[in-house]
Design a binder for this molecule. Structure first.
Ligand code: NAI
Length: 508
């Protein structure tokens, strides 16, 4: 039977960062909200702060004074849970501890009506486990908000094994009525966002571990791909202790699956108290943050007798347009070869190729072109002038080709950043692994492809969702990058998702 929670009295338990935000959103949506916290005065404090926040919105012209006053008046701090016995929805946002959450919810069951809905804002504990021991485990679902609650649109509506579909649907509809974008998720480690986002951090940490690039270069490359923050500056912002704890919890909850293994680089930073912004020092020193990258100086101009643009598709087209523009000054233009099976430029005897996952050294050995470089996947097309782009040069290449590879990428409009000749470079590797993780999540029924896209765009501000990237790339290309990583590193980390592999073989 459908459950309608719109307008229902709400009890929020835990008046910390998240609980206060949830109370604000519920009150602004017209609910009567009771707020309870075990810490003396915490609920009253939260109410005072909320009133100030609402007044601030009025001062900025974002809210009319009457609405602010009314919302504020709807929030009532209570000294006991019994005072909120008529609540039809309880949202708990207390300490992240299974036993404490279980005990609270068991206590609440004895207070609220049998048909009241219980929601947990847990970010990492199994909803199935929290429900275990309740008289009516089917009435508990996860209602996972993101910080800051009033601003972040995403709500993961998490179903445990026993959650009634009508309860999940009621929380989904209510979240929408509160102006949020809800996404259904199955209770699995990290739910959607905290799981699919792992490779964003993990691949950067892996590249740092093998000294392939500096934090500045990695950040510049991923910003160039459209991410609002690079992985290193983002980990500094989140706090390495928090980020490391989430990685550890996903790793442990997956029975130490090497896919999610935490990084020694980050463990050492946490151990040393280099926690990021909050401690004044992480990958960067604060308040300054990341120093600007030195501007690349290309001593030699890009020169050639003959240029052929290879490959089909939008990246090859963009390369052709850029090469045409660049060579026009010299009064000639590039040729085009569409069926060669690789994308990039043949510059006389040298090759400047879009990464297919393999290293430049490996491709050089296979093709016999010693002067070979691979460049990273441009995600934004046409790439704005000066977009940072990583490249790697084959071990046996000449000194002259090393500087020519950079000069040609600059002539094509990029800001070339040299990195070690690693499989999948920076962006291709990171995005392929994000897509791979999202594909596994969909195959395992954690969420739909649309749900994953919405969650990643709204929960962590990704410029596109993993399945949107997949649609612009192609499944065989993504599988090849993950396979190249697997071939290079072995072990379980770079397993191709069966969901992707099936599509790589089947009709597309
Ligand atoms: P917080 O520490 O700011 O607030 C927790 C509040 O709960 C405190 O005021 C504490 O006194 C109170 N509390 C503890 N045990 C209680 C009990 N048994 N009964 C009543 N009140 C109790 O923590 P925060 O950050 O608001 O997190 C709360 C929950 O939300 C956790 O489960 C956390 O994992 C989850 N969460 C946190 C996010 C964040 O970015 N901080 C994001 C999404 C979820």
């Amino acid at each position: 039977m459908a459950i309608d929670l719109r307008g229902a009295p709400v009890l929020v338990v835990g008046a910390g960062i998240m609980g206060a935000g949830i109370a604000q959103v519920a009150a602004q949506a017209g609910h009567r909200v009771r707020l309870f916290d075990t810490r003396d005065g915490a609920a009253a404090d939260a109410k005072r702060k909320l009133a100030a926040t609402l007044d601030g919105l009025v001062a900025k012209g974002k809210l009319v004074a009457d609405a602010a006053q009314a919302a504020s008046a709807r929030i009532e701090p209570v000294a006991t849970l019994d005072a909120a016995a008529d609540a039809r929805l309880v949202v708990e946002a207390i300490v992240e501890n299974l036993d404490v959450k279980r005990a609270l919810l068991r206590q609440l069951e004895a207070i609220v009506a049998p048909d009241a809905v219980l929601a947990t804002n847990t970010s990492s504990i199994s909803v199935t486990a929290i429900a275990n021991g309740l008289a009516r485990p089917q009435r508990l679902a996860g209602m996972h908000f993101f910080n800051p609650v009033p601003l972040m649109k995403l709500v993961e509506v998490v179903s445990g094994l026993q959650t009634d579909a009508a309860v999940a649907a009621a929380i989904f509809d209510l979240s929408r009525a509160w102006g949020k974008t809800p996404v259904h998720a199955k209770s699995t480690p990290g739910f959607i966002v905290n799981r699919i986002a792992r490779p964003y951090y993990a691949e950067a940490l892996a590249l740092l571990h093998e000294q392939a690039a500096t934090p500045q270069v990695l950040d510049a490359c991923l910003r160039g791909a459209g991410f609002r923050m690079g992985p290193c500056e983002l980990m500094d912002l989140i706090g390495h202790d928090t980020n490391f704890a989430v990685t550890n919890s996903v790793y442990e909850a997956n029975f130490h699956d090497k896919r999610y293994v935490p990084s020694l680089v980050q463990a050492e930073m946490v151990a040393g108290g280099l926690l990021g912004r909050k401690s004044g020092r992480g990958f960067y020193a604060y308040p300054d943050g990341a120093p600007a990258l030195p501007v690349a100086v290309h001593e030699a101009p890009a020169t050639a007798r003959e240029v052929v643009v290879h490959g089909d598709g939008p990246i090859a087209d963009a390369l052709e347009a850029a090469a045409t523009r660049s060579l026009a000054a010299q009064g000639w233009g590039p040729a085009r070869e569409r069926d060669s099976g690789w994308t990039g430029l043949a510059i006389d005897d040298a090759r400047l190729r879009l990464t297919d996952g393999r290293t430049a050294t490996e491709i050089a050995a296979e093709t016999g072109h010693a002067n070979l470089a691979v460049f990273d996947r441009p995600l934004v097309l046409p790439a704005p002038a000066g977009t940072a782009l990583a490249f790697g040069v084959a071990d046996g290449a000449s000194i002259a080709w090393r500087s020519q590879a950079a000069a040609w990428l600059a002539a094509l409009g990029f800001s070339p950043l040299p990195v070690a000749d690693t499989p999948g470079l920076v962006v291709a590797r990171t995005v392929a692994m994000l897509i791979n993780e999202a594909a596994d999540a969909v195959q395992q029924g954690v969420c739909t492809a649309d749900g994953a896209d919405a969650a990643m765009k709204l929960g962590v501000n990704y410029p596109a969702g993993p399945f949107e990237w997949l649609a612009r790339w192609n499944v065989v290309g993504v599988v090849r990058v993950v396979e190249a990583l697997d071939a290079a590193y072995r072990g379980e980390r770079y397993r191709v998702s069966p969901w992707l592999r099936r599509r790589a073989w089947g009709p597309r």
